[in-house]
Every structure is written in structure tokens, then in C-alpha cells.
Design a protein around this ligand. Structure first.
Ligand code: DGY
Length: 326
């Protein structure tokens, strides 16, 4: 871990970040950056937070009352370098202390939507399976029935959560010739912009060919896709998750994939990251990726810069740029 002393407010960054963002923070304060590329332990996070004016946090950092108490009265902002902020488990305590919470919406929309389409293609066209076959040196030859999967043209994509990423996925899916339906807390006014139809979840589960999850993780969406939901899906349907792992009951999903009650799944996120339900790793109809939704060079830099700009703006008294409503 590196301690870097400059005059000014104490800014704690819990994992390495692109240098331009660190440089921006160094211009205004005393920046401490963790140099380990893993989540800090609860004790390390607690120790690092002591006396902080700003915490720049990542998606696996659990920000609870203990961390806020460790930071103490100096804390003004928690800038989460992600659009999701379910790791900030005690948002009421933040509000009560007058601490701003910010996230990074917008800058990762295209990268995440692109990856979602990649995962849909990987699952439906069996790309992971095909790659594993070649790498294993398994004999193969082209024939008309070899490794077939469903095409996307004319199929229905069901989007759960029509936020910015959901809408970007809808636009891409329309370009692939898919019909797109969405479900969410209520019909969205923006649905017309992307030509998608509202559908209650129950109907979506029973009719969609691909279901893609883009909702935040909240108490209402925890295990939204459980054994009952999976049982409603068609045996030819696919599930794609680039939102948060706990939206899906991973054990029930492994069961459904094993029994082929659904055709396949592609997951970029997991219930207990970085752990992955072991059964998923053995299943040919499961595609797994290590939380790469926003992993482009440009996007990760933009996320870090937006988080840094939020810190600078709050500490200089101008308020957050992209606040999360607490
Ligand atoms: C987010 O922003 O919430 C992603 O999961 C990490 O990029």
C-alpha cells in the first residue's frame, strides 16, 4: 500500500485507478491509493478510511456504518466507481451524516450493452463450447447439423430494467432483427424512443427467447430469477446477466441448466464474486465471464475520471455531478 502525502483533504482510493484520475485527485488533496488489486479486507478498509474526506470505492467494497464511523466527521463524499451502488449498504447512514454518494452512470452504457450482445451470441451460437472443443483437440468436421444454435432474427428479447443500459441493449437487439419487450417497476416513458413494448415479468418469462437482466440489485430484485421464474421460461430460452449476481439464484440456475429446462445462460456477474457456483463451470450450456461489462480501456478511464470529478466537485463545495438519491 502506498501513502502519498500532499497538503489538503484526505482522499482514499480503495484500489488502483487509471493515472489521470489519480492525478486529478492529487491536485486537490492528500491521496492514499491501495496498490493491491483485490478488495481490501473489512479491517484494511476500516483502517484506510480513518479521517478521510472522500472515499473512492469499487463495487466489492462494503461501505457500512463501521466504515463511515471510522472515517468520522470529516467525510463528505463516497464516490463509487460503478453505476451500481449496492455495495454501499448503509445509504441511510450516509444521508443522516450529510455525506454525498455518487456513481458513474452513462459512461459505461455502450461497453456494457456491447458485452451483453456478445454474451447473447456466445450463448445462442455456442461459441464457448466450440472454442473449448478446439482447444481440447477434439476431432471435428463441418456438417450441416454441427453445433447448431438458434438465430436471433425474429426472436424476442426480454429486457428486465429499461435504464440506460437496458435501452442501449434494446437498440442493438433491434439491429439484430429481434423484437424487444421490457419489464420494470412500471411502464417507462422512454420506451417509445427505442420501440420496445412493456410486458409483465410473468408474461416475459413464458414467452421471451432471451431474457437479459439490467436492473439494479435491491431487496426487490434479490433472487428475482429464482427456481419459480426459471420454471416459467421456455426450454429453448436463454438467460443473460450483466447486472448483479444476486438478482439470480445461481444454484437454481445451475439446476435448470443441468436439467435443460432452459437452453442456456451467459453470466458476467455472480452471487458471491469472485466465486462462481462450481456446477456452472462444468456445464456446456453456461457461458461465464469475470465481470467484464465495463472493461474497455476508454470506459474504465471515463469511470475513474467521473468519480474523481465528483470528489473534486463535492470537496470544492459545488456538490456532486452524478449524485445517487439517498
Ligand atoms: C457497474 O458499474 O455497476 C459495473 O458492474 C462495474 O463496471
Amino acid at each position: 500500500m502506498i501513502a502519498d502525502k500532499v497538503q489538503g483533504p484526505r482522499i482514499v482510493v480503495t484500489r488502483t485507478m487509471p493515472e489521470p484520475a489519480i492525478a486529478m485527485l492529487r491536485e486537490i488533496g492528500d491521496v492514499w491509493v491501495s496498490d493491491v488489486n483485490r478488495p481490501l479486507s473489512a479491517q484494511e478498509l476500516h483502517d484506510a478510511a480513518v479521517g478521510a474526506h472522500a472515499l473512492v470505492t469499487m463495487l466489492h467494497d462494503r461501505i457500512d456504518t463501521a466504515v463511515l464511523t471510522a472515517a468520522g466527521k470529516s467525510l463528505r463524499v463516497v464516490a463509487n466507481v460503478a453505476v451500481g451502488h449496492d455495495n454501499v449498504v448503509d445509504s441511510h447512514a450516509l444521508a443522516a451524516r450529510g455525506v454525498a454518494l455518487t456513481n458513474t452512470p452513462g459512461v459505461l452504457t455502450d461497453a456494457t450493452a456491447d458485452l451483453t450482445m456478445g454474451l447473447i451470441l456466445m450463448a445462442t451460437r455456442r461459441l464457448g463450447e466450440g472454442e473449448r472443443l478446439l482447444r481440447a483437440g477434439t476431432p471435428w468436421s463441418f456438417h450441416l447439423g454441427f453445433m447448431l444454435g438458434p438465430g436471433l432474427q425474429g426472436k424476442t428479447l426480454g429486457i428486465v430494467g429499461l435504464g440506460q443500459i437496458g435501452r442501449a441493449v434494446a437498440q442493438r437487439a433491434r439491429a439484430f432483427g429481434m423484437h424487444v419487450a421490457y419489464t420494470g417497476r412500471s411502464p417507462a416513458t422512454c420506451a417509445n424512443e427505442v420501440d420496445v413494448q412493456y410486458m409483465p415479468l410473468h408474461e416475459m418469462l413464458t414467452t421471451a427467447d432471451v431474457i437479459s437482466l439490467h436492473c439494479p440489485l435491491t431487496p426487490a430484485t434479490w433472487h428475482l430469477i429464482d427456481a419459480n421464474a426459471l420454471a416459467l421460461m421456455k426450454p429453448t430460452a436463454f438467460l443473460v446477466n450483466t447486472s448483479r449476481g444476486p438478482v439470480v439464484d445461481e444454484s437454481a440456475l445451475a439446476e435448470a441448466l443441468q436439467n435443460r429446462t432452459i437452453a442456456g445462460a451467459a453470466l458476467d456477474v455472480f452471487e458471491k464474486e469472485p466465486e462462481v457456483e462450481p456446477r456452472l463451470l462444468d456445464l456446456d450450456n453456461a457461458v461465464v465471464a469475470p465481470h467484464l461489462g465495463s472493461a474497455t480501456v476508454e470506459t474504465r478511464t471515463a469511470m475513474a475520471l467521473l468519480a474523481a470529478r465528483n470528489v473534486v466537485s463535492v470537496l470544492s463545495g459545488d456538490g456532486p455531478i452524478t449524485p445517487v438519491t439517498l
